[in-house]
Design a protein around this ligand. Structure first.
Ligand SMILES: *Cc1c(COP(=O)(O)O)cnc(C)c1O
Length: 461
């Protein structure tokens, strides 16, 4: 399998060449030259690690150690059991696919645990090291740290806004005592953290000297890892390979649902990909109108991991809508950079949106609260606010005879306040997190200044 950039520059590359690279040099995102075909009959009935190996081998064919890495990433100890992503049936034809059984209780663990193994293996082969620099408002940072902790060739420098995350979220990160994990608590807000990362990355000489890398959601390995559980969920919810299902996906950067699109392109019988936005409805607007409009401001909501102003994986999908014409993608993104938006509703690409299976909806705070309540009353299950956005929009598109699988993207304990507001009670805590907030914490408080980050990295790498 070879990979090309959505903006078309450069020769096709092998997987191991794009793994550590992030964005392509022309500013585009890497996509496989073609989508491989699934073998449903052979894949049904496999365990999670077996299935992951079959799916991932379609995309990663130049890392002979892949099987070992997959077994390590999806070990039952890491994901609380053999199933990794168990299916919970609420009633016949309505399911939750539970993706948040990893170490940080959010679905990002599924991709990042694999990414940690892939990075370590690639760096060992090259005999080099990597300094991962990132900014987080919660889920991504902790998932990255738990994936990279204790890895000799990798250091993590994670910026987070001091005192602006939930007590649970900051304790999850700051309680890590591994020497290769550096939590930098910034006296500022998340946007300051993000700006600092951008400024450091803009200094090409510093970046090269200190081997600065990222684990952001545009890495193809993360997409590939997420394709696996669409197959797993399908097999668990159906009896035969001629049934179709629909998936409801709480969406932010379009990474999770794009993996579903890839699974569908590989031949998985997905009827609809139901995209749920929260109040930040950039993507819902696009799927409703054909207009993609980047926002200047992000609204801070009670499903914070879906709070986005633009969707970083979206370009991969648009590349396919254009019939894989990189020149058209370049045109559209030039317009986006100049005018903050583009509109494809009058282009030949627009009918392809419906053909690709996508529908969308939005969910606001009051919807989350009532959905959490309804699911609790009817099914005695507690779902987190992000999952609630997905369930709310998913139910609006439910059709008789087609199973609806709602992706559960985080455990409710991470967002206890919203659960209390909805149910008047606290969500249960898994035993290993009982004392989390009382563990000793280790972080470095820094000013909102990129120079301070550079000094810290230079002194610690
Ligand atoms: C990251 C995240 C999302 C959004 O996923 P995307 O891949 O960015 O669309 C939804 N829910 C939770 C809990 C998340 O952490």
């Amino acid at each position: 399998m070879r990979y090309v950039s959505t903006r078309g520059a450069g020769a096709p590359k092998r997987f191991s060449e794009i793994l550590l690279e992030g964005l392509a040099a022309d500013g585009g995102l890497y996509v496989p030259e073609t989508f491989p075909k699934a073998d449903l009959a052979a894949w049904r009935g496999l365990t999670y690690p077996e299935l992951a190996l079959r799916v991932l081998s379609c995309f990663i064919d130049d890392m002979p150690e892949l099987e070992t890495l997959v077994k390590r990433a999806y070990h039952p100890r890491v994901f609380g059991g053999e199933e990794v992503t168990p299916l919970k049936t609420l009633e016949p034809g309505l399911h939750l696919l539970c993706l948040s059984n990893g170490p940080t209780l959010a679905f990002k663990d599924i991709a990042l645990q694999l990414l940690g193994e892939l990075f370590e293996s690639a760096l060992e082969r090259e005999r080099s090291t990597l300094n991962i620099l990132g900014a987080t408002s919660g889920d991504t940072g902790s998932a990255a740290e738990y994936a990279m902790r204790g890895k000799r060739a990798i250091r993590v420098f994670m910026l987070s806004p001091h005192k602006r995350m939930s007590a649970f979220q900051s304790a999850q990160m700051y309680a890590l005592q591994d020497a290769n994990i550096h939590n930098l608590a910034v006296k500022g807000v998340f946007d300051d953290c993000q700006d600092m990362v951008k400024t450091v990355n803009a200094d090409a000489a510093f970046k090269a000297r200190h081997r600065i890398g990222a684990v952001n959601s545009i890495n193809w390995a993360r997409v590939a890892a997420q394709v696996v559980y669409y197959f797993k969920g399908y097999f668990a919810a159906t009896k035969s390979d001629d049934e179709s299902v629909s998936f409801a996906v709480p969406s932010g950067n379009f990474g999770n649902i794009y993996a579903g699109y890839v699974a569908r392109a590989m031949g998985l019988p997905i009827k609809r990909l139901i995209l749920a936005s929260n109040e930040n409805e950039v993507l819902h607007e696009f799927f409703r109108t054909g207009r993609y409009r980047v926002r200047r401001e992000v609204l801070h909501t009670t499903s914070p991991s879906m709070d986005i102003s633009k969707a970083s994986n979206f370009e991969r999908y648009v590349y396919d809508l254009t019939g894989r014409e990189a020149a058209r993608v370049r045109d559209l993104w030039r317009r986006l950079d100049a005018e903050g938006e583009f509109d494809i509703s009058h282009s030949p690409y627009w009918p392809r949106v419906a053909q690709s299976g996508f529908v969308s909806g939005k969910s606001a705070h009051a919807d989350r609260i009532s959905t959490i309540r309804n699911v609790y009353q009817r099914y005695n299950a507690i779902i987190d606010p992000h999952t609630a956005d997905g369930v709310k929009v998913g139910l609006a598109y439910r059709e008789p005879g087609v199973a609806l699988i709602c992706l559960e993207t985080a455990q409710p304990v991470k967002f206890a306040k919203t659960i209390r507001d909805a149910l008047g009670r606290d969500p249960e805590r898994p035993a290993e997190f009982l004392n989390l907030e009382r563990l000793p914490q280790r972080y470095k408080l820094i000013e909102p200044d990129a120079a301070a980050v550079k000094r810290y990295i230079a002194a610690h790498s």
